[in-house]
Design a protein around this ligand. Sequence first.
Ligand SMILES: [Zn+2]
Length: 414
Amino acid sequence: MEKKAELVIKNATELLTCRDDSPDLIGLVKNGWVAADGGKIIAAGGAESVEPLISGSTQVIDASGKVVAPGFVDSHTHVVFGGGRVGEYFARIGKLSQEEIKRRGIKTGILTTLELTREHSLEELYDETALRVRDMIISGTTTVESKSGYGLDRDTELKQLEVNRLLEKRLPVSVVSTFLGGHGWPSDMDKGKYMDFLINEMIPFVGGSGLAEFCDAWCDEGYYTAQECGLILEAGIKSGMKPKLHEGGYSYIGGAEVAADLKAVSADHLNYDPRKSLRRLAEAGTVGAPLPGIDFAVRHERPFDPAPMIEEGLELAIATNCCPGCWCTSMPFIIILACRNHGMSSERAIRAATIGGAKALARQDSIGSIEPGKDADIQIWNLDRHEDIAYHYTTNPVETVIKGGRIAAANARK
Ligand SMILES: [Zn+2]
């Protein structure tokens, strides 16, 4: 007897499968149907392939007048942090001078967040982070990457990675954990000494703990050089962690070459990367992950330009980059920015927020699109055409979020 589905979504005005090989980038099916069972998608397409899978016990959701899409894959965040930096945000909006910021005692930068994150207990850090991750889930995110990097000491880095583990355990979301010990270095240690600690102690320890899947570093003027990033990422690879790299965000110092040489899974930011470096990334199969949220939050003087990336054949991912400098939990907002501020088409942005994000996390075999065999991570938008996700501002368009075949959020606006 043919297996019946536990869950069927029927009559979607638009089903966006976001299959990797879609010529239209989003795999649009009109009047689309999806069936899920055992947490996996078992059929997707027209009524003819799905309707026979309905039995008396199947939960059926009518999506007429709505868009059905894969859950968002938010592939770059620093969501685990203590406190916030609203004072710094308004100091920058008000264009306060460094002296004035100092005079008013406004705390700024990563080292401020480092202090607060170190001071938070594990449960305090979890509680603050879980509020943000819940906001992500109701905005359609079903997988979120989360980096450490606000401790830069052994205990706090491990505390951040432990929060990642708890988030996945307690909330209906997959959390992909990244060790970002190469985010900077503590003020009481010089860079060389910290790198020695990072490469010879922390990275082997974190790799062995199984608490992180990726190892990441920040390649930019004032942070780590391309050569230093190479050493950090190589140590990560040796300890079983796949490489990712922040590079080209505020200067270009050769990060893309290192990312390409090491076949990094993604290279993120890319504001200053020259075209030949973008080509190298594309040839290496590295995903380009430009970050519309941070360009907006800091009013970047050189917002990323997706056009040369697309022309060079780079697969793109877009992400919230949720952090104290860019308090964004909404992938729909990121899609709006990618289109309005950076000239992406809605199809390009939706792809970059789904299958593109999955590729930036090396999880394209299990998530990022709606096709048989993949996890049943699905969302329903209260919109009747996909372009509206980039056009209707401010109202959360996400009505229902399904994680592994189960309803994770239903904000139903009837
Ligand atoms: Zn980042």
